[in-house]
Design a protein. Sequence first.
Length: 256
Amino acid sequence: MIMLYDKTINAPQQRCGSAALLTNSNGGNMMENHSNNEKTVYTLNEYVSYGTSGVCKIESLEQRSFDGEHEESYYKLRPLDNSNSTFYVPIDRAAERLRPLLTKEQIYQLIDEMADGKLEETEWCSNSRERRGIFQNILHGDDYREMIQMMRSLYHQQERKRKTGHRLSSADVAAMHAAENRMYQEFGVVLNIRPEEVHNFILKRMEGSTAPAKCSSICSAIITLLMVMPDLIASSTAFLPLIISLITAPKKNPAV
């Protein structure tokens, strides 16, 4: 199992309730453009997202009568992770049930938000039944920010339990795996890499996105020194090597 979270594990336990529902840090839905999807026409061999079934490929457009009376036009879908299954979605209801995959730009933005710490851990619901309902709502939704927040909460709870010799419930583990698989599958298709390669891609992107912040803090410190101690700096032969060493120091991998 691959973890993409920070390792802060001392967040307090919380009771269930409206405060425990997962909301993203920006106050909006990361999938806003897609959840208001107006696209109704898809093409053959196009990849789409179909709810909890994940990424599917449109194999054909077919006329079908499932009730023996009314014939409709359907998209025939084949899920990527189960070639033995097929789904039929009425074309006139495609906007409600299907959405285009994320763009590369949206994926980059999401990874950058992970690196910047904008996707905070959500409160933990101690009631297992209510928690399962919350997680199922998120998995049936279409907001990767909420899924990532859920995954972080689960991972942190897993760490807390591990320290006391306990484990997550099977339902919690299943929810974490479902969110990971769904995210990695879609990211992989859009980025044209295998799902198992998504982890390293995210780590590299996160490492790169933290570099400007590091440089900014270093430059700010240097400017402060120049203003406060100009005479000392001017006479110090070690100052220039210090600047170079700070700027060129290898970056550490982010905690995952």
